[in-house]
Design a protein around this ligand. Structure first.
Ligand code: GRG
Length: 302
C-alpha cells in the first residue's frame, strides 16, 4: 500500500456526496416528531446509528455509477439512502451479543449498548423497512425501476447475500474455513451490498448492459478487497482510528483472510483485486472519481 494523497476534485465531490446523503437521511427524522414513547425510542436508536458518520461508500457508489452512466443523480438519492439504511441495519444487528457482540461502532457505543437489545433489534428491522419505503415513495422513479431496485436489494440481503454470508461466518467461529468458502462468504457478507449499490446506480441511469456488467465486475473485485482490508485493519488498526475495538476477529475465533494468510500476503491480494476492479472501470469515460475512490479504499485506515 502506498501513501495516498487525495486530489482537491476528489475531496470536493466526496464531501458533496456525503452532505447530500446526510441531508437526505435527515429528512426521514421528521416521521418521528409526533410519535409515542417507545416509537420515539426506536426512532432515536435509528438516528443514533445512522448519523454516527460512516464512510457512506455504498450510497456514494449508487450516485457515482448513476452519474458516470449519464443518469440524473437526483433520481438515485432515494436508493443511496436505502443502501445506507440497509448497511446501518446490518451493522446494528452484527454488533448484537448474539452475533459479533461488539460494544463500539463508528466511534461510539454500539446501538444495543445505549438502547438495549430489544430496541436495537427493532431499530435494525425498521431500517430495512425504511429502505424499501423510501424507494416505494419516490415519485422521481417509475414503478418498473422501483420493482427492479427492490429485487436487487432483496437478493443482496437474502440467503445468497448478506444473511447467508453472516450465517456462514457465525457458524465458522472457532473453525478454519477453506480459502474458497472464505472468499465466497466475503462475496456474500460484504460484496453483495456493494454490488447491489453499483448495479442500482447503473439501472437508474438506464445504462447499457455492457456498462452494468463492467460495474458488477468492478464491485465483485472491490467487495473482496474491501473485506480483506477490513481484516487487515482489524490486525493493524487501533480503536481510535477504527472507532471500534481492534483485534476483535482473533478474539472471537474468526477465520479471516488476513489471519490465515498474514498481513503482507493479504495486502498483495487486496492490491491484485483492486487492479482488476480498476481495469473494469476502464469502459467508463469519466471515471477519475471512481478510480481515486478505489485507491482511497485500498489505502484507508478505517
Ligand atoms: C440482512 C442487512 C442484513 C443483515 C443481517 C448482521 C448481518 C446479517 C450481516 C452482517 C454483514 C456485515 C456487518 C458485514 C461486514 C461488512 C463491513 C466490512 C462493514 C464495514 O463497512 P464500512 O467500513 O463501515 O463501510 P462504515 O462505518 O464506514 O459505514
Amino acid at each position: 500500500m502506498e501513501n495516498y494523497n487525495l486530489s482537491v476534485g476528489f475531496t470536493e465531490r466526496m464531501n458533496k456526496y456525503i452532505n447530500l446523503i446526510n441531508s437526505e437521511l435527515d429528512k426521514h427524522k421528521a416521521f418521528s416528531v409526533n410519535c409515542i414513547s417507545g416509537q420515539k425510542t426506536v426512532s432515536d436508536a435509528i438516528f443514533y446509528s445512522l448519523s454516527a458518520g460512516g464512510k457512506r461508500v455504498r450510497s456514494i457508489f449508487v450516485l457515482e455509477f448513476c452519474r458516470v452512466c449519464g443518469g440524473n443523480v437526483e433520481k438515485a438519492l432515494s436508493s443511496a439512502c436505502a443502501l445506507e439504511m440497509i448497511h446501518t441495519f446490518s451493522l446494528i444487528h452484527d454488533d448484537l451479543p448474539c452475533m459479533d457482540d461488539d460494544d463500539y461502532r463508528r466511534g461510539r457505543l454500539s446501538c444495543h449498548k445505549v438502547y438495549g437489545e430489544a430496541v436495537a433489534l427493532l431499530a435494525g428491522d425498521e431500517l430495512e423497512n425504511m429502505a424499501y419505503t423510501v424507494i416505494l415513495k419516490d415519485d422521481k422513479i417509475t414503478s418498473d425501476i422501483k420493482v427492479r431496485i427492490l429485487s436487487i436489494l432483496s437478493d443482496a440481503i437474502g440467503i445468497n447475500g448478506m444473511i447467508g454470508g453472516q450465517a456462514i461466518d457465525i457458524e465458522a467461529e472457532g473453525k478454519q474455513l477453506s480459502q474458497d468458502i472464505l472468499l465466497k462468504m466475503y462475496g456474500m457478507k460484504t460484496g453483495a451490498l456493494i454490488k447491489a449499490a453499483c448495479e442500482i446506480g447503473c439501472l437508474i441511469a438506464g445504462a447499457d448492459i455492457s456498462y452494468t456488467n463492467a460495474a458488477l465486475a468492478y464491485a465483485e473485485n472491490l467487495g473482496l478487497a474491501f473485506q480483506i482490508i477490513d481484516d487487515i485493519l482489524d490486525i493493524n488498526g487501533t480503536q481510535e482510528t477504527l472507532g471500534k475495538p481492534a483485534a476483535s476477529d482473533s478474539k472471537s475465533g474468526k477465520s479471516t483472510y488476513a489471519l490465515t494468510n498474514g498481513v503482507s500476503k493479504s495486502i498483495e491480494y487486496a492490491e491484485a483485486l483492486t487492479k482488476k476492479a480498476l481495469e473494469a472501470l476502464e469502459v467508463f469515460k469519466d471515471n477519475d472519481f471512481l478510480v481515486e475512490l478505489t485507491n482511497f479504499l485500498l489505502n484507508r485506515n478505517r
